[in-house]
Design a protein around this ligand. Structure first.
Ligand SMILES: [Zn+2]
Length: 75
């Protein structure tokens, strides 16, 4: 799954066995990008932080990420 599919601005691809792994990889990627001065990733990082703080509100996003992940041909 790409950064963009997870709400980010670029096309970096994340690979993982599970949707949770991919979401964690995206979380790391956003933090790294912002820490190197990439302002394009700031909004996505703030969204992601908000999701950790409000897990119930974020269920819809999380379910969609999971179903998008499941729909990928590579699995
Ligand atoms: Zn990105």
């Amino acid at each position: 799954m790409t950064c963009r599919q997870l709400g980010g601005p670029c096309d970096l691809a994340h690979h993982g066995m599970t949707a949770d792994e991919v979401i964690k990889a995206q979380d790391r990627h956003l933090k790294e990008a912002v820490s190197t001065g990439d302002t394009g990733h700031e909004d996505a990082l703030n969204d992601m932080k908000g999701r950790w703080r409000h897990p119930k509100k974020s269920m819809r996003w999380y379910r969609k990420a999971k179903s998008d992940f499941a729909a990928l041909p590579e699995g």
